[in-house]
Design a protein around this ligand. Structure first.
Ligand SMILES: N[C@@H](CCC(=O)N[C@@H](CS)C(=O)NCC(=O)O)C(=O)O
Length: 204
């Protein structure tokens, strides 16, 4: 019987990262797509005091978070399709931190944009936008002409970068990262050939 359960939302780039890892590693896990995190009966806070997704509910009923911790846990669970090579672990984690940081800045821009127009602070938006732009610049520079982030091996770095790019395309289409960084477009197209990515694309 499968007891492990992933609490997610359809659009969360952090939850997508975990969903891709589950698919790549062929790990059985129930995926619960929650319609909203603000419902009073939302189950997330029961397992994660921070109330954030993704949260993985383990077989013993305890909660695991956040997405980097869950991904590392899942990668250690089975040797199938290793995504964090031990000899390059810190490199992979650095790519992941940058990709997740781009998502954090994008979320902050989206949240600021949801405030009443008179309450929005343009300087907050500009500061976060600079993080996104510098982050993309670094991703693009570091990828260069490589097939994958670390060269020949497909790793969690590619998963994290792909989820950040997909989220940006959805939330900040005007940024047009494909036109600015064609090598990131090439990476995303490669990723979308994988069922793990195609089946977890955020709803438009
Ligand atoms: N660092 C966390 C970020 C998770 C996160 O911020 N998730 C968002 C959804 S995209 C969320 O749950 N937001 C609800 C909240 O902050 O209350 C991770 O990587 O898992």
């Amino acid at each position: 019987m499968v007891l492990m359960k992933l609490l997610a939302t359809a659009g969360s780039p952090y939850a997508r990262k975990v969903r891709v890892v589950l698919a790549e590693k062929r790990i059985d896990c129930e995926i619960v797509i929650l319609p909203s995190l603000s419902d009073p009966d939302c189950p997330v806070p029961t397992y994660n005091p921070l109330g954030k997704v993704p949260t993985l509910v383990l077989d013993d009923g305890s909660g695991l978070y956040d997405s980097p911790v869950i991904c590392e846990y899942l990668d250690s669970k089975t040797p199938v399709a290793h995504l964090i090579p031990q000899d390059r672990r810190i490199e992979v984690k650095r790519w992941e931190a940058l990709a997740d940081g781009i998502c954090d800045a994008t979320v902050a821009i989206v949240m600021e944009g949801r405030r009443a127009p008179e309450k929005q602070d343009e300087s907050v938006i500009q500061r976060q936008r600079l993080k996104v732009e510098r982050g993309l610049q670094t991703l693009s520079q570091d990828l260069g002409e490589n097939k994958w982030c670390l060269g020949e091996a497909f790793t969690l770095a590619d998963v994290a970068v792909g989820c950040a790019l997909g989220y940006l395309a959805l939330r900040m289409p005007e940024l047009d990262w494909r036109a600015r960084h064609p090598n990131l477009g090439r990476l995303y197209d490669q990723l979308m050939k994988r069922p793990s990515f195609r089946n977890t694309a955020p709803p438009t």
